[in-house]
Design a protein around this ligand. Sequence first.
Ligand SMILES: *Cc1c(COP(=O)(O)O)cnc(C)c1O
Length: 339
Amino acid sequence: MDGVDLRSDTVTRPTAAMRAAMLAAEVGDDVYGEDPTVNALQRRLADDLGFEAALFVPTGTQSNLLALMAHCERGDEYLVGADAHTYKFEGGGAAVLGSIQPQPIAHDADGSLPLDRLAAAIKPVDPHFARTRLLALENTWHGRALPLDYLQAAHDFARERGLGLHLDGARLFNAAVACGVSARAIARHFDSVSVCLSKGLGAPVGSVLVGSAALIDKARRWRKVAGGGWRQAGMLAAAGRYALDHHVERLAEDHRRAAHLAGRLRGIAGIDVLGQHTNMVFIDVPAERLRELDVHLRGAGIRISIGYLPTLRLVTHLDIDDAGIERTAAAFAAFFAHA
Ligand SMILES: *Cc1c(COP(=O)(O)O)cnc(C)c1O
């Protein structure tokens, strides 16, 4: 019996067809720009998202770091959500490696950063202050797709204030599927976008940064500096190309399963379902029963992350089918039946 791993959509394993695509990949030395599969992946995402150029990198963390370093110089500042991955979950890389100061901004409940709060955080041009250069948003944010009219307003705001605009679009395609628009319709508001292939899209490794040719040239240089120039990476890029061909539309299934799971959990006394957004369900359970719940679920072959976020986050993905959702709901119900 396969386990049901709801900890994250990063836990997926490449399918047999994806592995076959990886095996068949044409490769070359990417530091020389000669890996045809890497080049094809980069060209494809740049074209699909409406940008001049793209750069394939190992992780979303590196992709965001390279974007921040390409937009900002030493002593510059970026405005970023106080709970954003690019602020909180990337080891402070922009500060450590880029000498770039983050200015965290409190999120509204829908994940947006209110424009008046952003305006108040922009520093005057004066030697006392870091130079505010960039606004970095995240979509989806904790599963929520940012409202499209907010993206337009943020774009106009950034233009008026002379700020660059970067999107951490680790789950850009989940946002697009949830909003019923193309990923390009979201990406077009930004100067650069980072997309993860290794989350819901199900590739084993990889993210892609898209932007202008000049921005991507800078990012490529910083990637080399960060030790991220890679060689026959086409085998990994092939997984990404396969994922873009086969695993985008199906994200709707993950969203549907998350909605179904949320509905089932709502019916169980002892669980407070706080919300469901795209492929994520957020629940509260009595803190004193958390360890016991984890042990119970493990016994039923179900894994969740506990103690990392204040709330439990259950994430659906490629490796969770309808039966897995039923098993999860049944295991929760059985646990809470014994108060
Ligand atoms: C996963 C993730 C990233 C990048 O993560 P890596 O593990 O470095 O690939 C960036 N932003 C968000 C919102 C993410 O969920």
